[in-house]
Ligand binder design. Structure first.
Ligand code: NI
Length: 400
């Protein structure tokens, strides 16, 4: 059977699995029923698997009948603590839980991809790993590092790994991919400025935490405007500030919370380094003590250019020449980044925008919807990509 026909034969089931997961979403670390369902589907298809990675994570293994390299395909399986506002026959029945980032579709497409590849086993040269990852939304901890710590790749080490994400900004039939950074690094901080309080009329007897905070905010903004190369990207936002008691009392303490977003690791390290020196330096200059809580979030998701090209080739083969428009990276965070830190590969976006007559809401919105016409295409692209990657690995091996 041709690849297209194989995909068509399972398309309805992929949609049905997605709807079931959508109706019964489970948040990070609690993907118990989701995990059981995936295991059931893998068993049904005769695909071997192992469990116990990051709690509910699963590794499916498809061994081709010929020797070759190892290609890993990853789907995240968790939902978000959001109350769904859509009216759908398969609307979430769990209060305050919703698949608002499309991980239901990622999971069902990876099951479908596995089913198709398993039927092609006799032609496959090498091994395909199906990585079902929990807790993607649980930044900065995440599930990917835990899966690797739990030995998910101890027996089979990927030569390359791919991740696919639904993308409401792209129409169905298109795929977005870029060389190098595709998603941003996302860090979080809290600063506590400790001065000393007093009467508003006697500033010389106190150390005004509001004045210190004011200077600190101004200086922190110079990291992006004066220390960052203008052609690189960085954001430093202070989103919350609290301090003070009353109009005639000098504040003894101010707390500030914010986020730092970057693409390049060297830019992130520079911004983080300047952040510490400025906070500590401002504290010293005002004789105040400064508390810093800094949380390193997911690193930037950085694609290997040669594998990003392979994504483009596979997408064009399946969806046509014009299927891979030029896209700009996003500063959203993504746990797949940690897999790409250890293994070459690429993360790409699958166009899932709804019909033009309907409003499109972004990922993580309680009204987020995706177009199910994209699911079959997502499966076909992933299957094609896995096959292309295996033959590329084969060629590289024989060239050695
Ligand atoms: Ni997501």
């Amino acid at each position: 059977m041709e690849l297209k026909q194989l995909v068509q034969s399972i398309e309805k089931e992929v949609i049905a699995i997605r709807r079931h997961l959508h109706q019964y979403p489970e948040v990070s670390g609690e993907e118990f029923e989701t995990s059981k369902m995936i295991q059931g589907k893998l068993s049904e298809a005769g695909i071997q698997y192992k469990t116990g990675y990051a709690g509910t994570g699963i590794l499916g293994v498809i061994k081709g009948e010929k020797p070759g390299g190892t290609v890993a395909l990853r789907a995240d399986i968790d939902a978000l603590p959001i109350q769904e506002e859509n009216e759908l026959p398969y609307k979430s029945i769990q209060p305050n839980k919703m698949h608002a980032c499309g991980h239901d579709a990622h999971t069902s497409m990876l099951i479908g991809t596995g089913k198709v590849l398993n039927q092609l086993k006799s032609e496959i040269a090498g091994t395909v790993l199906l990585v079902f990852q929990p807790a993607e939304e649980n930044a900065p901890i995440g599930g990917s590092r835990r899966m690797m710590d739990d030995g998910v790749f101890d027996e089979y080490t990927p030569d390359v790994i791919f991740g696919q994400h639904v993308w409401p900004d792209l129409p169905v039939g298109e795929v977005g991919v870029v060389h190098n950074e595709i998603m941003g690094a996302s860090d979080r901080f809290k600063i506590t400025v400790k001065g000393s309080g007093g009467h508003a009329s006697m500033p010389h007897q106190s150390n005004d935490a509001i004045i210190i905070a004011n200077n600190l905010i101004t200086q922190l903004q110079t990291i992006v405007s004066r220390n960052t190369d203008p052609v690189d990207s960085a954001v430093l936002t202070i989103g919350k500030i609290e301090g003070g008691y009353r109009y005639n009392v000098i504040a003894d303490e101010v707390t500030m919370e914010g986020t730092i977003r970057t693409f390049k690791p060297e830019v992130k390290e520079m911004v983080k380094g300047r952040f510490y020196s400025i906070v500590e330096g401002v504290g010293k200059s005002f004789n105040a003590s400064m508390g810093i809580d800094y949380f390193d979030g997911y690193p930037a998701t950085v694609n290997s250019p040669e594998w990003a090209d392979e994504v483009r080739n596979a997408a064009q083969k399946v969806l046509g020449e014009g299927a891979t428009p030029v896209v700009s990276p996003s500063l959203g965070g993504e746990d797949f980044s940690r897999f790409l830190h250890k293994y070459p590969g690429a993360f790409y976006w699958l166009g899932t925008s709804v019909k033009d007559t309907e409003p499109q809401y972004p990922l993580h919105d309680p009204r987020f919807k995706l177009n199910e016409l994209a699911l079959g295409k997502g499966v076909e692209v992933m299957v094609q990509l896995a096959l292309n990657a295996l033959s590329k690995l084969k060629k590289e091996e024989s060239a050695l």
